[in-house]
Design a protein around this ligand. Sequence first.
Ligand code: AMP
Ligand code: GLY
Length: 423
Amino acid sequence: MKVLLIGSGGREHALAWKIAQSPLLDALYAAPGNPGIADHATLVELNVEDHAAVIAFAKEKAIDFVVIGPEAPLVAGLADDLRAAGIATFGPSKAAAQLEGSKGFTKDLCARYDIPTGAYQRFKSAEPAKDYVRAQGAPIVIKADGLAAGKGVTVAMTEAEALAAIDDCFDGAFGAAGAEVVVEAFLDGEEASFFCLSDGKTALALATAQDHKRVGDGDTGPNTGGMGAYSPAPVMTSAMVERTMKEIIEPTISGMAKDGNPFSGVFFAGLMITAKGPELIEYNVRFGDPECQVLMMRLKSDLLPILYATATGTLDRVDAEWRDEAALTVVLASKGYPGAYDKNTPIAHIPEASEEAKVFHAGTALKDDRLVATGGRVLNVTALGKTVTEAQAHAYALADRVEWENGFCRRDIGWQAVAREKA
Ligand code: AMP
Ligand code: GLY
């Protein structure tokens, strides 16, 4: 099979690494890819916003299958256009990608199909939103409706904070994403991420993970795209996974199909495990980054036929087997991230991979044949271990062997699970 992978982050490096191990693979291309992905794929300079160019390249190289990593091309309808051109594609349609692209869309779906989530209302102007907040009281959650790079959510502990967040949204802090606002009840519990494939009819549960969004140790400081993650998430017991499938995922699949937007791709469900059970915080319609890196480390099965079955409506014919070990990834980021940081700082050394550990590239480039850091999140040092504690020790031992002066990382990724394992 000839495969084209779209994307350039650590998530796509992990996907490329895993796809490259498939005996079914004849050729792997990545657009635009990165220097880590170049170890497994031929990099192609394609503007992925130019769907006609992507289709022309796929036809020229007789690509059998396209795997789309990030959300932006999905929300832009790249999967629709590729499928219309007769090319099998992993990733939801533009209509189904609204599950990530519009929080209001997802909340309305939950309401229609009795999917557990926080009570909410949608608003197109500030005053009625504020009246609703005053009536409900704090804590309460204010969300810009659209894609806001993970920054559109305010968990307001006071009414004043909530009212200010509403003004921010309607004053344009998140651009068009904030033209509509969702006000949602605060959910109390432990968060977990759940990954599940669907071909529009069938579901295949993958695995669970927990991430660390804040930049600082002890989960302090500003939010980031994720400073590390581990899998599995201990709070997601098999009973909780079963409930999530039955109460959240299955009604989403049947509801989306009934509404004329069948979902094909991966559900990345952000869950709050409350006293009542699992409740949906949000859906993403792609693998998490860096959650994908720990999932790929733990996946024993060949990934390629699983993704292909998802794209071609034959998910009932495949299964996914997982290692019993835990996996943990530590993000090495440029000093200053998530604020301003220097670009093109040299990375002198990256240690070799083994069966049990691997450094994925997220924001690197080659400049005059030398590896440099170009992004905020730059490397994902990922390792397996019998326990999260062991995976954490392996990951940090490897991270300490990376030679990159301008890099930093959190030193406590996995702390909740490590504390549980000690107890
Ligand atoms: P999101 O960008 O939707 O992932 O939200 C960012 C973070 O806000 C989540 O990971 C949660 O920690 C928090 N959050 C979102 N919605 C709620 C809610 N209803 N109750 C409590 N926390 C929430
Ligand atoms: N790590 C969170 C995300 O990929 O959205």
